[in-house]
Every structure is written in structure tokens, then in C-alpha cells.
Design a protein around this ligand. Sequence first.
Ligand SMILES: [Zn+2]
Length: 404
Amino acid sequence: MSTKFLISSDNNNRSEVLKKKIIHYYIANGDGTIADLGREMDLSIPTVTKLITELQEDGYILDFGKQDTNGGRKPNIYGLNPVSGYFVGVDILKDKLNLGAVDFKGDTVVLEENIPYKMENTPASLEELCRLTNTFIDKLPVERDKILAACVNISGRVNPTSGYSYSIFYFEEKPLAQILEEKLKTKVFIENDTRAMTYGEYMRGVVKGEKNILFINMTWGLGVGIIIDGNLYYGKSGFSGEFGHFRFFDSEVICHCGKKGCLETGASGSALQRILLERYKEGSSTILASKIDNGKYISFDDLIEAIRKEDILCIDILEEIGLNLGKGIAGLINLFNPELVVLGGPLSLTGEYISLPIKSAIRKYSLNLVNQDTEIRISRLGERAGVLGACLLSRSKLLGVIHA
Ligand SMILES: [Zn+2]
């Protein structure tokens, strides 16, 4: 019996690799018979039977008994054992943290959202992140050694294979994933935040069987997650999807990346915030006036609330941002011919205020025949996409079905 074979993974061991594939089969298809598995994986019935027996001994698979069919022998149905292991997801947002845990079947056990946390690129901020995550794990209604892996979402350039984060928390020679592993005492993967949100939406959100998808993360910055033929697309080093730094404007506005004219300088939450302050200074009115006058920080929640309260200035700026974004997305549609574009991230919480100008620009600027193939939907998970994606990614990464 090797209850820990998932953790002490040996990719040269054929039976271990096949066992992981069987677990992945159940994740993707739900419960099934040995005959189903044999067919899908092109393996003989005795081989599948032996592996299933071992997986039952390991505790990962349960035998649910006979299936009711019309006549003939009734085969047994097998499926994942939810309590055989748990996965933790950590989603870092600018001024808060979302933490979650799912069971082995991928069902949510605990979700804690909006935990106060100030994201700063300092060792102290990293330390605080680990403290909050450890507190969360300690409070879970499961033994700590049942946590098989965790995934931490990091914004900016992340190489999930090497475990290095280049944009934030890059203080030591060691990869960030290793530092986190030492502090959280479990297997840790790191992932780019937009890609984790894309995976969350793919597994539990608005995606209904589509396999070629673009996920637009409309947050303070702007990123795109890419799914091709049902697989997350990483690029050579994991840096794919930096849509926000596409040269787009002929302007003097300097992007946080240091360059000028990036799309996100006119199509993101930070663009909305900056242009709002500029227009207010020029004499436009807004319901956020007193906050601005008092020098208070204008958060995403403030902006979204102002839009929901029909603040004309914020809505006008959001429309301009939507048009810019739609032009950019039109280019992506021409390039990728996706079945589905998901509008996600905090700005998607403004609903049609952002989606209508985006759709209008897409219709205007993409190739007619190409955009007819593409549906545009607003994210269903909203700000939960990241944390759920992280939980489910840590499971898929441990199984080796996604880049570790
Ligand atoms: Zn930039």
C-alpha cells in the first residue's frame, strides 16, 4: 500500500503514471466502470482491474457497487473517494486574500474570501501571506497530512515549472515555490493569477464544454488566459498571456512595466482610476468627489459601487475602456478563432456597462466570419475564479496532467 504515491511521484514508474491517468479520467468524466476505463485508456481489463484494486487499497478510489442496466451482467461503478486527500488554493489580490480548500473530488470544503492582506513586494508581506495560509490550514476540518498540495497565484511573470516568480517575491536564489513549501510544509505550486482564474472558470464556471477559450482578466492590469484544445497554454517559460503590455496607444502615459503606450494604460482598472482622477481635476463631477478630496484611496469596490449607482463620469470612462479593450480582443479573436471569450476579473462585476462596449467594438473590428464563431460571456465565478482555480490546479499539477 502506497498512500503517498501521489506525493512521492515517480514519472518513470509506469503503473504510477497509469494510476494518475485513471484518477484524471474520473476527474474529467465522473464515475465509471472498468470497461469504460479500459476503452478510454486502451488498456486490457486485467490491467485496469489490477490498477483499480491498488487505487482502492491506496484509498483514492471507491467501489460504488453494481450499476442498474437492462439485462446482462451488471458492472461495478468506481469513482474518486472525496476524503482521500485535500488541496489548498491561495489567491492574492491587491488588498485582500482569498483562501480555499477542495476535497479529492474537487468539491469545495472551505472558502474564506476577503481576508484583509496588504500585498507588497517585501519579505514581510510574503511572511504574512504564509502566516495567514498556515492559520487557514490549521483551522480546516481535516488532518494536515491529508493536504496533498497547494497552489499560490502570483501576478506577473511566473515560471510554474521552475517555481520561480520574477515580478514579485523574488528575494532569494531559491525558487519561490520551494520557499513556500518550506513555510507551508506541503507540496506547493505557483501559477500566474490570470491562468489560475482561467482554469477555475473552465472547471467550475461559465464554460460549458468549450475547448478553445480566451479568458480576459480585467483587473488593475490586464491579462489573458488561453485554453487550446482543452489545455492551458503556457508558452516556453510560462509567460504567455501578457495582453496588457501590447503596444496599443500613441501616448505618453507610462505603464507600470516602464514602457509607454501599453493597452492596459487605457483598458484596465488602473486606467479607470487614473482617468477618473484626471477628469475630476478638470472639473467633471462624480459621487466619489469627497473621497478624492480627502485624499482617500479609490479601491475597486469604490469604482464598482459608483458604477452600480450610475455615476455618469465612471460609466463614461468605463465605456471608453470597454471600446479599447474590445478592439484589443477583436485582434485576439482574429488570431485564435476561439469558441468562447470569457470576460472576467473585478471589472466584469460591472456587467453590461463593460460587456456592451466590448461587444460593440468586437463586432466592428474583428473579421465577420471569425467572430461569428465566438461567444462572449461574463465570468460566473467573479472574484472566486482565482481561488477555485488554484485549488483545482494543485490537484491537476500533482497528477502531472498540467505543467508542474
Ligand atoms: Zn506595460
